[in-house]
Ligand binder design. Structure first.
Ligand SMILES: [Zn+2]
Length: 323
């Protein structure tokens, strides 16, 4: 299927609490938005909610006849034919669920579904920080840690569709328990939740230096948030800076190992951690060089912050629906 360059597509970011939809043009601009709650029962009810959004947009006179496809960005494992959810930890009743086909039947448009990290990388590759790099690797780091990879202009999905899950490389034997069911994944050491855990560990390890940080959370380490930690680090709080350094060290270690395998020209870092900017990205890039196998003799990839914020998955999925 090939779509006229002026045609519009709909991108939909399907999350555990919200369904965010947008009409997107060929330049990646969102020209119309809709937001609905994700139904608690997921599955068929979610098909209904998404189909209604698409049909309402499609019947709107200002878009009449212009919508040519729908792309869903989904946090989960997706089949390599971009149609079936294999596993979806945050949304009920979607295991082995042929959502693309079910929605397509109700909206009479082609529907594809893509892993959210891969969709976000696609937006960066077409319109953002990943443009013109080959291969280009992507870490999307928020509460958890997703991954994406583009080689020769194509998203790498692997044999089953579950490829490029860079957050779940095991870096510590019998380490921290991970949401994926195994232990010691890099997600447990380099994600936003890991950063908060490390800050709490540092408070215990170095009580004498922790007064400033504790004051910011009314002496309750459980009240720490990414924002509080970022502000404290920017104001040179020792413990907050040490927590970012610990997270960055693990991320750098992972980037060095992946570079040995994939030899990317650039590594893009996106997600909530981008707000911390150089608190994370600069020390992570330095740690990568420190850990790089054959360090002196090999290419060192560029490490860059993503350009898109929360819209990355929506814009990427909409663009992928243009193929
Ligand atoms: Zn894991």
């Amino acid at each position: 299927m090939s779509i006229s360059p002026t045609a519009l597509t709909i991108g939909i970011d399907v999350g555990g609490t919200k369904v965010l939809a947008g009409v997107v043009d060929s330049e990646g601009q969102i020209i119309f938005r809709v937001r609905k709650d994700t139904p608690k029962n997921g599955g068929p009810e979610l098909v209904q909610v998404i189909s209604e959004i698409v049909n309402e947009i499609n019947q709107d006179p200002k878009f009449a006849g212009q919508i040519k496809g729908v792309g869903l960005s989904w946090a989960g494992l997706i089949s390599s034919d971009r149609s079936t959810i294999i596993d979806s930890p945050n949304i009920s009743n979607c295991t082995n669920f042929p959502i693309g086909k079910l929605i397509s039947e109700k909206v009479n448009l082609p529907v594809i579904v893509e892993n959210d990290a891969s969709a976000a990388l696609w937006a960066e590759f077409k319109f953002g920080a990943a443009k013109d790099f080959n291969p280009v690797m992507f870490f999307i780091i928020g509460t958890g840690m997703g991954g994406g990879l583009i080689v020769d202009g194509n998203l790498h999905r692997g044999y089953s569709g579950a490829g490029a899950e860079f957050g779940h490389m095991i870096v510590q034997k019998d380490g921290q328990l991970c949401g994926c069911g195994t232990k010691g994944c890099i997600e447990q050491y380099a994600s936003g939740s890991a950063l908060l855990r490390m800050a709490r560990e540092l408070i215990q390890e170095r009580p004498a230096q922790s007064a400033n940080l504790l004051q910011r959370v009314e002496n309750k380490p459980e009240n720490l948030t990414g924002n509080i930690l970022t502000t404290a680090a920017r104001e040179n709080d020792e413990i907050a800076l040490a927590a970012f350094k610990r997270q960055a060290d693990w991320l750098g270690l992972a980037m060095a190992s992946y570079t040995l395998i994939l030899d990317p020209q650039a590594i893009i870092i996106g997600g909530g951690v981008v707000d911390a900017g150089d608190l994370l990205i600069k020390p992570a890039a330095e740690a990568m060089v420190k850990y790089m196998p054959f360090g002196k003799d090999r290419n060192i990839p560029k490490v860059l912050a993503a350009k898109f914020g929360n819209d990355a998955g929506l814009v990427g999925a909409a663009n992928l629906a243009r193929d």
